[in-house]
Design a protein around this ligand. Structure first.
Ligand code: SF4
Length: 228
């Protein structure tokens, strides 16, 4: 739970709002037993699509091919395309998945070597793969290494902007920095999950449910949505 130092930070209104959302969403500890490669592939598949479509595509890929470096490199691109079709942009995503698998195989030899790299080396390695950006790298570091960071996905970004924590034009790093300034250490990954759940259930992209929102009194966007 929040320590004394963190309580001081929570004096700001924005911290309190975030804490209320985290409490409301009742996020349990994250369990992620995927391999490093699977986490990265899932994140590539999830780009620009819904969670539902991502899950369908990942399940299909896992069932038909398997999600590890060897299995991905043992089939041709079309087979991967077929599996990930539900997630859209399959002609972009399939080559990215293959490129990632090749880079790991030919530069590292074994995907488990990713685990032996320090964070800086991981960032250097992954940032050279087409289609892997800061969000994917942050997800990897947070999920697989337990780093205390808030990866910013589409839900986290939208909610942060509507709540006035971030500005409309803020990019990935600005939003992450602003959130991390007001979220206590040790609570950041849980906050990441809470904001995603809140974005899916309450502060949805279309027709946010402002009337039932637990932080509507403190949200600068509520008036706009409630009056429309
Ligand atoms: S009041 Fe509406 S816009 Fe503001 S956080 Fe809640 S659901 Fe989102």
């Amino acid at each position: 739970m929040y320590n004394k130092k963190v309580k001081i930070e929570l004096e700001t209104e924005k911290s309190k709002v975030i804490k209320r959302i985290v409490d409301e969403m009742k996020i349990e500890k994250n369990v992620n037993d995927e391999s490093a490669f699977e986490t990265l592939v899932t994140t590539i598949i999830s780009q620009n699509t819904s969670d539902k479509n991502t899950i369908r595509a990942v399940k299909l890929l896992k069932k038909e091919i398997g999600i590890n470096v060897e299995s991905i490199l043992s089939v041709d691109k079309e087979k991967i395309v077929e599996c990930i079709k539900p997630a859209g942009l399959y002609n972009v995503k399939a080559p990215r998945i293959i490129e990632l698998a090749k880079k790991i195989k030919y530069e590292l030899g074994d995907e488990r070597k990713l685990d032996l790299m320090d964070d800086y080396e991981v960032k250097e390695f992954l940032s050279k793969v087409k289609g892997i950006g800061p969000k994917t790298i942050d997800i990897f570091l947070a999920f697989k290494r337990g780093r205390d960071i808030i990866p910013v996905d589409t839900h986290v970004s939208r909610v942060s902007k509507r709540l006035g924590i971030a500005n409309k034009r803020d990019g990935y790093f600005e939003i992450r920095k602003k959130l991390e300034e007001i979220v206590p250490e040790g609570e950041r990954l849980r906050t990441h999950f809470a904001l995603i759940m809140f974005g899916r259930r309450v502060c949805t992209a279309k027709n946010p449910k402002c009337t039932m929102c637990p932080v509507k009194e403190d949200c600068p966007s509520s008036e706009q949505f409630l009056s429309s």
